[in-house]
Design a binder for this molecule. Structure first.
Ligand SMILES: [Zn+2]
Ligand SMILES: [Zn+2]
Length: 336
């Protein structure tokens, strides 16, 4: 079906506007965690349902962190000196992860279009030549920024942590000593991560920082998986700086890798440009909340776990007309 045929149609699966942009038939909303009065049933479902907070996304990140530390990380005690060998291996590991997750998702969704255009927000598959992009093409521009700046800066934070851990300069925690905190930390890290992201993101929307730094990421109003880490290097430095917390809070290297891999790889999964989950619920990827930020720029700076945007009056749920700079339509304020 062509874009024109799709324009202005409303179906039970969502609706198309006059330009053929699709939106889901429901508003984006926040997790029930911070709703009052408490909704224990909804919280239980949010935590343990599928796709839920725990399964599959965070469980898979925990597994990946363990696999990374056990099989794909040069032994930390051998990383006391900054040497090319172990640093090169870490760089190679992260390069391979980018190839699998970022480039893999792009090939599946955009090059081979194995999901078709079903529930794709923007009808374009990023094939146009546009002057705003390096080399004139969005995927090339995004891939270049990811590999040239994102990959080395992500790896530099890992190298810094591993080198410091090898030299006894980070506070350490083991499962044997603190089993409760060892497990609890995995639950708490995403909340810290999202809050850090929120405030860093608000900061880089401030005039000069937006103009010289964050505007690079906003070259992508129609994001795809490769757009996740398509940032100015200063933004990469700020984005990954959340992991400096491991220099203060006693943790295990597994917590560190869990955190930094969510930051690195989650960026691809959060920018697919499709409403998830994909492939009949098998692939949990896609983030309408963040897509609305790319489309409208002045709303939805965070994610939908902690309602920072709602508390600070910059939340847009995707329904009704978007009114920048004003208190936007939300399920709570609608009609009042
Ligand atoms: Zn983004
Ligand atoms: Zn932004």
């Amino acid at each position: 079906m062509s874009t024109t045929e799709k324009s202005n149609r409303v179906t039970e699966f969502g609706s198309y506007d006059t330009r053929g942009h699709w939106k889901p038939p429901y508003p984006v909303n926040f997790s029930p965690l911070f709703e009052w009065p408490l909704k224990p049933k909804a919280i239980f479902k949010w935590l343990f349902g599928y796709p839920g907070f725990i399964w599959p996304v965070h469980i898979l990140y925990v597994l990946l962190a363990f696999v990374t530390v056990v099989y794909f990380q040069p032994a930390i005690e051998n990383c006391k000196n900054l040497e090319f060998g172990w640093i090169g291996l870490m760089l190679l590991r992260n390069f391979i992860l980018i190839m699998i997750v970022f480039v893999g998702l792009h090939l599946v969704l955009y090059t081979f279009r194995l999901h078709g255009d079903e529930r794709k927000y923007n009808p374009s598959f990023q094939e146009e030549t546009k002057r705003q992009f390096l080399f004139g093409k969005q995927p090339l521009d995004n891939a270049f920024r990811t590999l040239a700046f994102g990959l080395p800066i992500w790896t530099a934070y890992e190298v810094l942590y591993v080198w410091a851990a090898a030299n006894g300069r980070v506070p350490y925690m083991t499962f044997q000593e603190h089993p409760f905190w060892f497990v609890a930390w995995f639950f708490l890290i995403p909340f810290f991560l999202e809050s850090h992201f929120y405030f860093i993101h608000r900061l880089i929307h401030w005039g000069p920082l937006f103009k010289y730094v964050h505007s690079v990421h906003h070259l992508n109003p129609n994001p795809g998986p490769l757009s996740g880490l398509a940032m100015h290097p200063v933004e990469h430095i700020l984005y990954f700086s959340a992991t400096l917390i491991y220099f203060i809070i006693p943790s295990n290297p597994v917590h560190f890798f869990y955190h930094i891999q969510i930051l690195a790889l989650g960026a691809a999964l959060g920018h697919t440009g499709f409403e998830g989950p994909l492939f009949n619920g098998k692939l949990v990827a896609g983030d309408y909340f963040h897509y609305l930020h790319h489309k409208y720029v002045t709303c939805n700076f965070g994610t939908n776990t902690i309602p920072w945007d709602k508390w600070l009056g910059v939340y847009y749920n995707g329904e009704g007309d978007y009114r920048p700079g004003k208190k936007v339509v939300t399920p709570d304020t609608k009609g009042t």
